[in-house]
Design a binder for this molecule. Structure first.
Ligand code: FE
Length: 238
């Protein structure tokens, strides 16, 4: 039996399946879409990390990854399987579940777990062991059009990531034909507001506390300097 996958393998990332979401979300997820398969007993699976658990050392330790990926991310998958199995959501792609449940108080648990699976899968792809540095030329050009310079873009991302109050995410997104930095709280995703995600940084404490304790800015600056995956952002522009 085929399982629906939340995998973000290269095959998955190359998909151009524009998702027509259940409610207002438009087709903005071309390169990160998830495609539903036949329904299974536990239809949602933990995607593979795109690198080894020690691949982001020393910026993010393998200890952090082992908890963040192996416990937190996995728990969202386990929870969604418990919540969605046997419901109308069991055979839907994550984006459709997220869009269909966003803002609905009685569906908050399904939304939170589905969105956190999606967000973490996207976050792992937003980092790469030899990241940071100069974006590829096509990406750099788009950044300059919207922010004036790469440094200005990075400064804005760092600002959003460090000032997000409490748990959440900082994002580089496409909003119309411009790049923009936004932040979201808890499990919220930009695509339910019509923005196309390009990159994200997880600023929940579990993302950095083992390595940086309360020094969120140090984590954010190190990620932007050494791990951020500009190639991934460029692919997501499509
Ligand atoms: Fe997280």
């Amino acid at each position: 039996m085929m399982e629906k996958t939340t995998d973000t393998s290269s095959n998955f990332l190359n998909r151009r399946d524009f998702i027509v979401a259940a409610v207002s979300t438009v087709a903005i997820l071309g390169t990160v879409g998830l495609t539903g398969k036949a329904q299974a007993a536990s239809p949602f699976t933990l995607p593979q990390l795109p690198y080894a658990t020690n691949g982001l050392n020393p910026i993010i330790s393998d200890k952090t990854i082992s908890f963040h990926y192996g416990k937190h991310h996995k728990t969202y998958v386990d929870n969604l399987n418990k919540l969605a199995t046997g419901t109308e959501f069991a055979d839907l792609p994550l984006e459709k579940i997220i869009s269909a449940t966003a803002g609905q108080t009685d569906k908050a648990a399904i939304f939170n777990n589905a969105a956190q699976i999606w967000n973490h899968t996207f976050y792992w792809q937003s980092l790469t062991p030899k990241g940071g540095g100069e974006p590829p030329a096509a990406m750099k050009q788009k950044i300059i059009v919207s922010f004036g310079s790469v440094d200005a873009c990075i400064k804005e991302l760092a600002g959003a990531a460090t000032t997000q109050f409490g748990s959440g995410w900082a994002w580089l997104v496409m909003a119309g034909d411009k790049l923009k930095v936004v932040k979201t709280a808890n499990a919220e995703v930009p695509f339910t507001s019509g923005m196309k995600p390009l990159l994200t940084i997880d600023v929940w404490e579990h993302a950095y506390y083992l390595d940086y304790q309360n020094r969120r800015a140090d984590y954010v600056n190190a990620v932007l300097d050494k791990l951020i995956n500009w190639e991934f952002a460029l692919k997501n522009i499509g």
